[in-house]
Design a protein around this ligand. Structure first.
Ligand SMILES: O=C(O)[C@@H](O)[C@H](O)[C@H](O)C(=O)CO
Length: 480
């Protein structure tokens, strides 16, 4: 029987072991989409205890605790941190089969050198050891990032954000990690959502542009994108819970915007016209800036009205949506491509039924210049599991090029989540190793090791073209 999460965890054949330990393991990390706080990075936050580090913001854990019958008091409520930790320790054994079980123990092993299984019995000792380390030297969030060999962190930021912490971090010479903002203008597209008008006001103030017309609105978005660019921003991100496409003229959308600005709710068709025109405008802007455009598609968010009112978004009450995506997505990409203004694009869907749809769509728009210009994004959120990752990569390799995949991201709010990259790399190496053991792929370690290192790091480095990385010395140059 295999040792529990030993050095060959998830590596079921000799080729997988070689690929992981000799090629993937030591590669740096580019975390190109996450929800970490730039302020906490700037301030090098130290966690007062493991509960703050693990449970204050991680709705993945909150969901399974609720499913385990833990009261909200012990999740997001007023219980004390030790009571919340015990509630998590009580839940962990019940999470077998969920990646949280392995992530939890990977994090204990890699950050705290704890090999024990976390449960109610071991909880008191693990509480003491983790807190002792967290309160000691070397456990500020910057240490957690550098210890994980992270070279780039792309956060997720609203266009009206002043990016003060990103700008202050850029002034520093001794922190080796690139921390750049991600331009996430969702609030500017949700024209019918409460808060839209207030957000337009904030946009006007941030851009120092009076917004009277739709063209003023676009000019303000443009100004903020230029500002993000000046702060090192190279990625944008859109939560397209439903993808819509409705042809519209500038005149039509100008009228729609004007109606909304005077407080009118607009029709669904007008909303679709506004979203289509604005998203295509932004896509052209991203293309001019050389940015990457990310679409996070088919999430069904904030399902629980009662808990949304109490806790707000991203609190564990979301699910997979099943809207059709193929036609509107192709129309949006084609609207940009036919103007030669389709930016580098990463497409993620929360619905794994969309995997082959996306994997096939991306190759309708490759440009024959940038390898993997249009990407099928890594398995996202509820698919961020061993099965979900394998399904995404198999769909990609079946109809596209796994070798040009830019690989994993944490998408996390926790500074301890970097072990998800190791989890992913083990799965990639085992998948390729199985192909070799089955005789489907030659045991050519230069080819396979080169592809593994590309998926782990080099593809993302070459894809995003972070200026700060161009002259960084690498532990080894790409084999391919
Ligand atoms: O970026 C998103 O919209 C989602 O990733 C969202 O933030 C979600 O709460 C999440 O973190 C899933 O990993």
């Amino acid at each position: 029987m295999e040792k529990f999460m030993g050095e060959n965890f998830l590596l079921k054949n000799d080729t997988a072991v070689t690929l992981f330990h000799d090629y993937a393991k030591e590669m740096p990390i580019i975390d190109y989409h996450c929800h970490l706080s730039p302020q906490e990075i700037y301030e090098n936050k130290k966690f007062k205890n493991i509960t703050e580090a693990w449970l204050y913001g991680d709705h993945y854990k909150w969901r399974v605790m609720r499913a385990n019958g833990i009261s909200e008091e012990l999740i997001t409520g007023d219980a004390n941190d030790y009571e919340k930790f015990l509630a998590w320790a009580k839940t962990v054994p019940m999470t077998i089969g969920n990646p949280l079980y392995n992530w939890t123990h990977l994090e204990l092993q890699r950050f705290f050198e704890i090999d024990e299984i976390l449960n109610e019995q071991s909880a008191p000792g693990i509480w003491e050891k983790t807190n002792s380390l967290l309160n000691g030297e070397g456990f500020g969030v910057r240490d957690l990032i550098t210890k994980s060999k992270v070279k780039v962190v792309c956060t997720t930021d609203d266009p009206v954000d002043n990016l003060q912490y990103h700008l202050q971090l850029r002034e520093e010479q001794d922190f080796p990690v690139v921390v750049v903002p991600g331009f996430r203008p969702d609030k500017g597209l949700e024209i019918n959502r409460d808060g839209f008008l207030e957000w337009v006001e904030k946009l006007s103030e941030a851009a120092n542009i009076e917004i009277v017309t739709y063209e003023d609105f676009l000019a303000a978005l443009d100004e903020r994108a230029q500002f993000f660019h000046s702060a090192g921003g190279v990625v944008s991100d859109h939560a397209l819970d439903s993808i819509v496409y409705e042809e519209a003229t500038l005149e039509e959308v100008t009228k729609i915007f004007a109606e909304r600005l005077i407080g009118k709710k607009i029709s669904i068709t007008s909303e679709k016209k506004f979203k289509t025109y604005t998203l295509v405008y932004l896509g052209k802007l991203y293309s001019e800036l050389g940015w990457t455009m990310q679409f996070h598609i088919n999430a069904h968010r904030n399902n629980n009205t009662k808990m949304f009112k109490k806790l707000g978004p991203d609190t564990g009450y979301d699910s997979v949506n099943d809207d059709p995506i193929a036609k509107p997505l192709v129309h949006i990409l084609d609207a940009l491509d036919k103007e030669n203004q389709l930016p580098k694009t990463i497409l993620y869907s929360l619905n794994p039924n969309d995997n082959t749809i996306i994997a096939s769509i991306i190759n309708s728009f490759q440009d024959g210049q940038t390898p993997g210009k249009i990407q099928f994004g890594t398995a996202w959120w509820f698919n961020d599991t061993k099965d979900g990752m394998l399904e995404q990569m198999k769909a990609l390799s079946n109809v596209g090029l796994l070798s040009r995949f830019i690989g994993m991201l944490t998408d996390s709010r926790s500074f301890l989540s970097y072990t998800r990259h190791e989890y992913f790399r083990r799965i990639v190496c085992n998948m390729i190793g199985e192909w070799v053991e089955n005789g489907e792929v030659p045991n050519d370690l230069v080819l396979l090791g080169g592809i593994v290192q590309r998926i782990a790091y080099y593809n993302a480095k070459e894809y995003f073209q972070f200026p700060e990385l161009v002259h960084v010395h690498e532990i080894s140059e790409p084999l391919l």
